[in-house]
Design a binder for this molecule. Structure first.
Ligand SMILES: [Zn+2]
Length: 300
């Protein structure tokens, strides 16, 4: 096995453990050369398909910003974030065709449509895609990148929010995404950098050090873990030029998402919020601290 960004064979385990799912352990390993992280063994496609085809993925807590609602019930809670991203996109493209990859039940697309874009969506989960199509009347295809590719369309804006870390054929799908961009089209990546350096991650690292079992019981859906430099290398290798790049730490989810918040939850929330403030301090921005990236790129 080698790193898909730099081809190095020097891979080692990390303090982050990995996932333990249905009797199989998936370990997060790190490339010693470039720092890119990914799962070993790689989850098989049929296992991932089962996770995304079922209801539990979108009904699970991490599908909605509120932490307790399923995706559809929590969809309007995300309007504020969606509108913020759409306003940001307007700086580059005021109108035109917009494709949302992994659009789920269409929360982002609905906001984009209301902002005047000619919208398209692709979503592998049938229940979500049907909701977007039938209940919200959105232009959504249930399928994979290959299905949207076969339409032979190109797009002025492609939005990939929390997507790259889930793509099994990451390099191939990135090639498809790039080729779907129209002349001067932009790709907007809004992406977690879960293990990038930040004050909060330092706190989590110390916690991990004392943990006996470092494997989470969640399904192994995050196949790749980018940091502030590997995301740049990956996009440049894919033939894209970065025209906007911002790394930041998101504030904590509200403490109210916990039914009975303990001391650990409260401390964790406080540290996350402090870490978020620190990541935005002007003189510290050169260190690219934080757990999220907002990137805009174009074809080179
Ligand atoms: Zn590497």
């Amino acid at each position: 096995m080698n790193c898909i960004i730099c081809n190095s064979l020097r891979l080692s385990e990390t303090i982050w453990g990995g996932y333990s799912f249905k009797g199989q352990k998936y370990t997060i390993i790190r490339c010693a050369n470039c720092g890119f992280m990914f799962l070993n063994p790689f989850p098989e496609k049929y296992i991932l398909n089962k996770i995304y085809e079922g209801d539990s993925y979108f009904d699970n807590y991490y599908a909605a910003s509120t932490g307790i609602k399923n995706y559809i019930d929590g969809m309007t809670d995300c309007n504020v974030q969606h509108v913020r991203i759409i306003d940001f996109i307007k700086n580059y493209k005021k109108k035109g065709s917009l494709l949302d990859i992994g659009c789920a039940a269409g929360g982002f697309l609905l906001n984009a449509k209301n902002s005047g874009y000619d919208i398209y969506g692709i979503e592998p989960n049938k229940r979500m895609a049907d909701y977007a199509k039938d209940k919200l009347g959105l232009n959504v295809i249930c399928g994979t990148m290959d299905d949207i590719n076969s339409l032979g369309k190109s797009f002025d804006v492609i939005h990939a929010g929390d997507v790259l870390e889930h793509l099994v054929d990451l390099k191939k799908d990135m090639e498809i995404i790039k080729n779907l961009l129209s002349y001067n089209g932009i790709l907007v990546i809004n992406q977690p950098l879960s293990y990038n350096r930040s004050l909060y991650n330092l706190f989590l690292k110390i916690n991990m050090f004392f943990k006996k079992d470092r494997y989470s019981q969640n399904p192994p859906t995050h196949l790749w873990e980018f940091n502030s430099s590997t995301i740049v290398k990956f996009l440049e290798n894919a033939g894209l030029a970065i025209i906007y790049y911002n790394i930041f730490e998101t504030p904590s989810r509200p403490i109210t998402i916990y039914k009975n918040p303990g001391v650990k939850n409260r401390v964790s929330c406080k540290i996350k919020n402090f870490s978020s403030v620190v990541s935005n301090i002007h003189i510290l921005r050169r260190f690219c601290l934080g757990d999220r990236a907002l990137i805009v790129c174009r074809k080179r």
